[in-house]
Write a protein that binds this ligand. Structure first.
Ligand SMILES: [Zn+2]
Length: 205
């Protein structure tokens, strides 16, 4: 805990004073352009890898970067998406998966979920990943099979995102774009899913 208290002390003394006017503006409202949906994994630090600032990204995170299938059930993910699209009017919705994802590893080895009844049920949402599994990429080394399934999950969850009524409406009206990304922790690089070519390509060529 001391680590966090010291970190907050440094934030107050070294970071906050230089950005006082920015926080002053943010104190009254937010107008993020990006909805960012990603995994809870501690190794994904969106502001660090994207160079974004407070106020830029509206974020929802969960194990496996899941977007539950649109239906009658209400959940925290789709409620957050609806708010981002209808109220905040974000212009881009980004679904970002990542290498070495524990949720997807557990999906590959269901035994890991034996004593986790809630996680087991939650991960039923990622089963669609198998239908969208991507080709093996030798660059992923030993983790190639896992990475192919993780990329498949990005595609699957992206389709769920597109099917979410608020998202579908905004896309038709031309005020929202949907993106699927794969973040590789080892190299730091992001790949984007090209929906025309139906494959992942480097975000930065
Ligand atoms: Zn993960």
């Amino acid at each position: 805990m001391q680590q966090l208290i010291e970190g907050h002390r440094r934030f107050l003394s070294e970071v906050f004073p230089g950005r006082r006017s920015h926080f002053h503006l943010l104190a009254e409202s937010q107008a993020p352009e990006f909805l960012f949906i990603t995994c809870s994994d501690s190794r994904i630090v969106p502001d660090m890898i994207l160079g974004t600032e407070p106020g830029d990204l509206f974020i929802t995170r969960n194990a496996g970067n899941v977007v539950p299938v649109a239906g009658n059930d209400v959940d925290g993910v789709t409620a957050t998406i609806e708010y981002a699209v209808e109220v905040l009017k974000v212009k881009h919705a980004i679904l970002c998966g990542h290498s070495d994802c524990g949720a997807m590893k557990a999906e590959l080895d269901r035994r890991a979920l034996q004593n986790l009844p809630k996680a087991r049920r939650w991960l039923e949402h990622v089963e669609a990943a198998y239908s969208h599994r991507q080709p093996l990429n030798p660059a992923d080394g030993d983790g190639a099979e896992l990475a192919a399934l993780i990329r498949g999950n990005v595609v699957a969850q992206m389709l769920n995102l597109r099917a979410e009524p608020s998202v579908a409406r905004a896309v038709v009206e031309g005020r929202l774009s949907v993106h699927g990304w794969y973040y590789d922790i080892l190299t730091g690089r992001i790949e984007r899913y090209d929906e025309q070519e139906r494959r992942f390509l480097p975000l930065i060529a």
